[in-house]
Design a protein around this ligand. Sequence first.
Ligand SMILES: [Zn+2]
Length: 362
Amino acid sequence: MSTPVNLDNIRQAPKVLLHDHLDGGLRPQTVVELAEAGGYSGLPHDNAEDLGRWFVTAADSGSLERYLETFAHTVGVMQAVEALQRVAAEAAEDLAADGVVYAEVRYAPELFQEGGLGLDQIVQAVQDGFREGERRAEAAGNRIRIGTLLCAMRQNARSTEIANLAVRYRDVGVVGFDIAGPEAGFPPTRNLDAFEFLRQQNAHFTIHAGEAFGLPSIWEAIQHCGAERLGHGVRIVDDIKVDGDGTVHLGRLASYVRDRRIPLEMCPSSNVQTGAADSIESHPIGLLARLRFRVTVNTDNRLMSHCSMSSEFAALNESFGYGWDEFQWFTVNAMKSSFLGFDERLGVINDVIKPGYADLVG
Ligand SMILES: [Zn+2]
């Protein structure tokens, strides 16, 4: 007999997460404690409960200014080695407790230099934190592996430096690179040197594209820059026409993305907060999954969206009726699309994901 689909049972299902920001996933209590320890005085509340609510409300407000303010605070309290270690360790623990078995967590090292840290110190601190979190999770009975993605910020001009950093740390758990930050006015092609360097190094990268901005951003990311995956990629629906009778027409770019199995790192709750989608029910993930694009489900910013992988799955169950079959499909899609080696991906799919879902389907 199949296990009922509800939040508690979804937590037991093995899940894979490809798009999660380290500075978007802090525990509210940790923000409070790190602010105190580091002498950061800008927080709007000094108790965890009010602060946790404030993050969600501010991110929900529809105001870009308030949305960015949420990250000013999390980044503001992460300017020391101990702070970075702690946040990384807790991220691994929290994801593992939610049933995530493999996650790629990303952050932009250049944002954590306000206190004088060097880029190497920052990467080392976060790597140490992830390893510590993996150990604690295992002690608690939850096995997880974390791969790191290093981001460069689109509005800065440091992408080549950060791409170098990603390659230097690839044998100790940095599995790829990304560019993040405002899409409008900062096309991915501004960072061509970095992408060319990464390709020469046989290194992996994804690009935030097609979240707020449309098809040209997606096209550039894939065809000019060589992105292996798309961060969000929601606007690919602008290249798909559905007639009144349900007949679907894919434009050339949408066809290319589907034919080449280019993974879409979709983040439903986050997209609703930033206005990239009106609601979960009307989120393009429904159409894209039906058309068998390589869709994956992700959290983006767990603190700001007050979400987890399990709550995202639960929301999709409510809006689209998805159950264990679809959850397994999303999870296998994500694992196939991860930046781990082929044999490691296959190992997780065959040894962890398939048996996990077989137990739930019964
Ligand atoms: Zn993101």
